[in-house]
Write a protein that binds this ligand. Structure first.
Ligand code: ADP
Length: 400
């Protein structure tokens, strides 16, 4: 993405054709700098991850953009988060104040960018998008900050990857809507202060733990996104199938949902794949049988684990005897970045209790052994020799 390097070069995205006029006007989405990574970062931090979403970053990004809800009422699931945001939006509108800065955190593909892009529509304002890795120095941030109109939104994806100097440059902008620019060097250096329009910073991170304390404290709202239930994902799949003019049975939507790792972005990828499969091999309708056959062909197993998940579990179990094993050793063996494991693969395996994290490293649970068709080893907590409580030796007081 040559055009998305740095912050200086800029590109105005065509305004969406369906944008209604007036107060309800769809927010102008001016995409600057690392905007691409904002939408598609989740699919991007490792070669193997592309295959998880069964496509390239570019494809995944296109899918995301085409299917992303535009209004809060279209967002499915995450009800508590959506309700709090609706309150914040209503308050901002009534009080005539910009929305407070918001931090979204959670694994990739759960809707951080979706929430960020829905909010300007609700507020009738514009959004500029960039990402932590695209901002290597304070100057990269300048065009974003100076272009912001009153009440507009600046979205920084992967905000935990902002270099410290850029982060510190942001503090006064977040607190007082001003930036301090140092001109010259050494004894001749002088600082000029520039006032900014009142704006809202929305940060997204898969690792809120890596964010510095001062940065975290400057966000007024901190929203954690959770994995979705099968019902919620099935609803997302049905809605998106309709957007793609693809007929799908409710059973098929549920089958795809059950095998989507609790993640809307993966549900979208599964839907696209099942749609292609149905079009190529059948009449285009996605039935439960077609959904199953499509996912089997994509090597997504009945529990929804994909190739990367199984490689991870196979390595942990077959090579490391089920652990405990450090994430670095696992990553080196799998030839993936440790970050990719921690951000993309492990959160779901942890949530579904295929693995547990201990101070000494990752441990495969009996569920993981069984998922690979293996017998779990006897655990130390239930040694086969320990007699069940009912079989304790008789005492003098037991009835004979
Ligand atoms: P993140 O920024 O957390 O990586 P995104 O917001 O890009 O995730 O979500 C990926 C895609 O998943 C979106 O384009 C959208 O189609 C879908 N999606 C995510 N969250 C929701 C939701 N709550 N309701 C409906 N679709 C969603």
């Amino acid at each position: 993405m040559g055009k998305s390097e740095g912050g200086a070069r800029r590109e105005r995205m065509e305004e969406k054709a369906e944008r209604p006029a007036g107060r309800e006007a769809m927010a102008r989405e001016r995409v600057l700098g690392g905007a691409g990574s904002a939408a598609g970062s989740a699919a991007g931090s490792g070669g193997a991850v592309g295959s998880r979403f069964s496509g390239t970053d570019e494809e995944s990004r296109r899918r995301d953009a085409a299917l992303r809800p535009k209004w809060l009422r279209e967002v499915i699931g995450q009800r508590k988060v959506a309700e709090r945001l609706a309150v914040a939006v209503a308050a901002a509108k009534k009080l005539g104040e910009p929305l407070g800065h918001i931090l979204f955190d959670g694994p990739p593909g759960l809707g951080k960018t979706t929430f960020a892009t829905v909010l300007p529509n609700e507020l009738g304002t514009s959004i500029q998008m960039t990402s932590g890795p695209a901002l290597s120095k304070p100057a990269d941030l300048l065009p974003f900050l100076t272009n912001l109109e009153e009440g507009a939104i600046l979205f920084i994806d992967e905000i935990h990857r902002l270099p410290r100097v850029v982060e510190e440059f942001l503090y006064p902008a977040m607190e007082d809507y001003r930036i301090d620019i140092v001109l010259g060097e050494g004894v001749h250096a002088r600082t000029i202060t520039m006032r900014l329009k009142r704006f809202t910073l929305i940060g997204a991170t898969t690792r809120s733990g890596l964010l510095s304390g001062p940065m975290r404290d400057r966000f007024k709202m901190h929203e954690h996104l959770e994995f979705y239930s099968v019902e919620e994902l099935a609803q997302i799949i049905r809605v998106n199938a309709a957007k793609l003019h693809t007929p799908i049975t409710p059973e098929a939507a549920e089958e795809l949902a059950r095998r989507s790792r609790g993640t809307p972005r993966i549900a979208n990828a599964r839907l696209y794949w099942a749609r292609s499969y149905a079009a190529a091999r059948h009449e285009g309708v996605i039935t439960a049988d077609i959904a199953r056959a499509a996912l089997d062909m994509a090597e997504v197993d009945p529990e929804g684990l994909d190739k990367n998940d199984r490689r991870y579990l196979e390595t942990l179990i077959e090579l490391f005897g089920g652990g405990p094993t450090g994430v670095e050793a696992l990553a080196a063996t799998l030839n993936l970045a440790a970050d990719t494991l921690a951000d993309e693969i492990e959160p779901y395996l942890l949530r579904e209790q295929y693995i547990i994290r201990s101070p000494r490293g990752r441990i495969a649970t009996p569920r993981a052994w069984r998922a690979l068709g293996k017998l779990p080893p006897a655990t130390p907590s239930s040694p086969p020799s320990s007699p069940p409580p009912s079989a304790s030796p008789p005492t003098l007081f037991d009835p004979s």
